[in-house]
Design a protein around this ligand. Structure first.
Ligand SMILES: [Zn+2]
Ligand SMILES: [Zn+2]
Length: 622
């Protein structure tokens, strides 16, 4: 990436390095040591029986029957991440079902054996290896549940061990087909001998973040940046997740640089930055270790899975931010996406359009991008976390039936889709980098119409006081989105005017809206997030909340496993913390997350807030 960025004429190209040794913290991220897989193979070998030599029983194998089950060299996804070992061992395979509970092992001696488990290796290792002395794990865990989940038994899914577990071991990932074959034979009482050869280790290393810029033209604004983001790391293959995002922002970099150099586009006043980090942990690290990045970046276009063709069954989303961070920037992205939707549909339906956005080798299907409410799961969470508060446009495919499998290959990528994602991202980023050249009030109004009908729809689902709460939250959020609009002395639309034009009609529409219930008791609790540690509380490969709650003797709050109408535990928790700004009381926070993810009891919000206070992430105002 750095070499390409240089070749394309970008400025300030650098590979930033941040030590990662398992001990250093970057905000909420405990740095994960580097993982070096060098060699790994799994074979089935024939079993001839035991020979007793003196007091030793020797297992007897022969080489006339040896079948290769997995090879890291041929298919890297077969070795679970954070596998550790320098071994060559032959051992019996024991089926332990899920492998996560004591009862899975009842009546089975797994000491020195390889266990066959349906759970992720990381969920099995402490019990199977740590407690019961197993030598290693073979897993067929199915992750990333979609409608196609478990359907294609040839898929090998990405798996991982727990980075920080003291019970180091190795794990191979096999397909459902392979696992089913093993299970049937074991159930018949057959003995299966596997030979595992593994050379892999963890050691102190560095997070590497590639970055480059197109410097801004305005000396007053050049310290303000609009960033393009993606994530460079993942299992291999990882065509849609996330080579697609990485190459698309690279193509955006090339195109913008070329158009600006040739004078076809004016140099924007703000600097445009490109960032290729390891997912989430790289972003948490960068924003903590180099706080000037967090200070300069005013908006982000994040791409994670933007190339899925029809084979993947993907729906393309332009995902909005969390309700805790109302911003106009998502409406800007939607305006461009809506334009591509229309033009590409016109082309698909009639064979003619001014802007078909079709790549020569790509599909001609219309883009049917959706403007979606906030979903979590990539680096956009980090930027939009309240410790940074940077609005991020998230362009992403979901579902993708091949995500995190050996079938996430380039054959499933549609060049037309990449081109369209590149356009939407480039246009949005460039627009934000030049703004304010005008105020995108029409675009925000268009977004508001969509949000208004969504609110109405949700209000009908819940009814009563919860419906009133939704409408109040909508009005408040829309006012804040309006207030986030860029101001410039030249073209500023007075805030009063904005309110008159858009908020007033909404208010009239919602006349008769009752007042929120007054807080009492614990509902009056006001907490404020502390400045440190910065970052989301459950980050990649490390759960800051879980580890600190355990150390402080705090029981797992019920909110974390709560299932709401439009969201679940982790999402509620993320937003409760984001809303803890020292102004809202617990009741108001409950109302806010209830509007976002569905009604939730006040007690659960209070319990979680108090847990956050115990681990010193929030504090009471003095
Ligand atoms: Zn992924
Ligand atoms: Zn991803």
């Amino acid at each position: 990436m750095a070499e390409r960025a240089r070749a394309y004429g970008l400025s300030n190209v650098a590979i930033l390095q941040f030590p990662a040794d398992g001990k250093i913290f970057y905000g909420t991220q405990r740095s994960r040591p580097a993982w070096d897989p060098e060699y790994a193979e799994l074979w089935e070998v024939s079993w001839l029986g035991n020979t007793v030599v003196g007091e030793h029983t020797m297992a007897h194998f022969c080489c006339d029957f040896k079948t290769k089950i997995a090879s890291f060299e041929a298919e890297p996804v077969v070795l679970a991440e954070d596998s550790v070992g320098n071994i060559e061992l032959t051992s019996e395979l024991v089926d332990v079902g899920e492998g996560t509970k004591e009862s899975d092992y009842a009546g089975k001696d797994v000491k020195g054996m390889i266990v066959l488990a349906s759970a992720q290796p990381g969920a099995v290792q402490d019990l199977a290896v740590g407690k019961l002395g197993a030598a290693g794990i073979v897993s067929y865990a199915q992750n990333q549940k979609t409608a196609w989940w478990g359907e294609d038994e040839n898929l090998i899914r990405w798996g991982h061990l727990e980075t920080f577990s003291p019970n180091k071991t190795f794990a191979f990932m096999v397909s459902l087909k392979t696992a089913r074959g093993f299970k049937e034979r074991l159930a018949r009482g057959e003995k299966i001998m596997l030979q595992a050869v593994v050379k892999a280790g963890q050691h102190a290393g560095n997070y590497e973040v590639v970055t480059a810029t197109i410097p801004g033209a305005d000396p007053k604004l050049e310290d303000e940046e609009i960033a393009f983001s993606c994530h460079l790391d993942h299992q291999r293959p990882g065509a849609n997740d996330n080579a697609s995002g990485c190459v698309t922002i690279l193509e955006v970099a090339r195109t913008l640089q070329k158009l600006i150099t040739e004078g076809k586009l004016a140099r924007p006043s703000r600097t445009i930055r490109f960032i290729w980090p390891p997912e989430i942990e790289g972003t948490v690290t960068l924003l903590n270790a180099r706080p000037e990045f967090a200070k300069r970046i005013k908006g982000v276009v994040h791409m994670d899975m933007v190339g899925g063709g029809p084979e993947t069954k993907a729906v393309f989303h332009v995902t909005r931010g969390p309700m805790s961070l109302p911003s106009f920037v998502h409406d800007v992205a939607w305006a461009f996406a809506d334009f591509v939707n229309e033009e590409s549909y016109k082309f698909a339906a009639t064979g003619e359009a001014k802007y078909p956005f079709v790549a020569p080798e790509g599909g001609k299907e219309p883009l049917r991008a959706e403007y979606s409410t906030y979903t979590m799961g990539s680096d956009h969470d980090v930027y939009q976390d309240s410790s940074f508060g940077i609005p991020a446009i998230y362009l992403n495919d979901w579902p993708d039936r091949y995500i995190h499998t050996n079938f996430d290959t380039a054959t499933n990528i549609d060049p037309t889709k990449l081109k369209r994602a590149a356009f939407i991202g480039a246009a949005s980023g460039y627009y934000l980098a030049v703004a304010p050249e005008g105020v995108p009030i029409k675009e925000v109004e268009a977004g508001q119409i969509i949000r208004s009908s969504e609110t109405e729809h949700k209000a009908r689902q819940v009814g009563g006081e919860d419906a009133q709460n939704l409408k109040r939250a909508f009005l408040e959020t829309e006012s804040e989105i309006m207030a986030s609009l860029p101001h410039s002395s030249g073209s500023r639309i007075a805030e009063g005017e904005i309110r008159f034009q858009t908020i007033l009609p909404l208010k009239i529409l919602n006349e008769g809206l009752g007042k929120a219930q007054a807080a009492k008791g614990d509902g009056l609790l006001v907490l404020k997030r502390k400045k440190e540690p910065r970052g989301p509380l459950a980050v990649f490969g490390y759960d800051y909340f879980a580890e600190h709650a355990k150390a402080a003797g705090v029981a797992t709050p019920k909110l974390l496993s709560y299932e709401g109408l439009w969201g679940a535990g982790e999402e509620y928790a993320h937003e409760v913390l984001n809303f803890a700004d020292g102004k809202r009381n617990a009741m108001e926070i409950r109302d806010a997350v209830s509007a976002e993810y569905g009604p939730v009891p006040l007690e659960m919000v209070v319990e979680y807030l108090k847990a956050l206070e115990k681990i010193a992430v929030v504090e009471q105002l003095k």
